[in-house]
Write a protein that binds this ligand. Structure first.
Ligand code: SF4
Length: 214
């Protein structure tokens, strides 16, 4: 076959690749949610609540999932009927409620997460340097999506007030987390950290500049 001389733009082919990964991810999500006894939207809610001791509000859950608040409410009610989540009064705003994972919800999540899949196997099989490079690229892409308002701010190191990028000369552990007062490397950057505390926009911008330069 003749080598094509006019491939589509690289950005287009990257998005084609991401779309293929998303197809595999969706298929695996179905398997995991089926094992947990819920549907994929309900499973995504359980995942969002995991590690959030204080729970989450309905609006936050809806924004995280990219659905409307009424759609999120329907899914939360279905999870409540299954006793996988519970509602509690919001201590900061008594008119609002927080949704929290129950012990049964945590068990359901663990059942789903225990399933391996082709995408997880593929990720595990990548060489260490490729994994690290991919992680940093994902952090960069997620941050850009946040800055454009396409997704809510995620609990990533680069948006955390405890994160001090390139605080150490050691190339293998250049970053510092003030929360645990320890140095860590690029491959330990978090995408969803339960100890995350959001930094103000000016600090986030300054942190990103240092991180990007490094
Ligand atoms: S608390 Fe978590 S998100 Fe924040 S810097 Fe430490 S590891 Fe990163």
């Amino acid at each position: 076959m003749e080598t094509p001389t006019d491939p589509t733009a690289i950005e287009h082919r990257i998005l084609e690749g991401i779309a293929r990964l998303a197809t595999a991810l969706r298929a695996e999500d179905w398997e995991r949610s089926r094992a947990a006894g819920v549907n994929p939207t309900q499973y995504a809610i359980l995942q969002h609540l995991e590690g959030r001791r204080e729970g989450a509000g309905v609006k936050e859950i809806a924004a995280q999932l990219g659905v409307s608040p009424p759609t999120a409410t329907d899914s939360i009610q279905a999870l409540e009927r299954k006793a996988l989540v519970e509602k509690a009064e919001d201590q900061r705003d008594r008119r609002a409620t927080r949704v929290r994972l129950t012990t049964a919800g945590r068990t359901a999540l663990e059942t789903g997460d225990a399933l391996t899949g082709a995408l997880r196997n593929t990720t595990e099989g990548l060489p260490a340097a490729e994994k690290q490079g991919l992680l940093v690229t994902l952090v960069s892409m997620i941050r850009s999506l946040q800055e454009q308002g396409a997704i809510p701010v995620q609990r990533m190191c680069v948006s955390c007030r405890f994160f001090r990028p390139y605080a150490h000369p050691d190339a293998s552990r250049p970053h510092h987390c003030d929360f645990v007062n320890a140095a860590f490397g690029q491959s330990e950057l978090r995408i969803d950290c339960r100890d995350h505390a959001i930094a103000d926009p000016a600090s986030r911008a300054a942190t990103w500049k240092v991180f990007e330069r490094g």
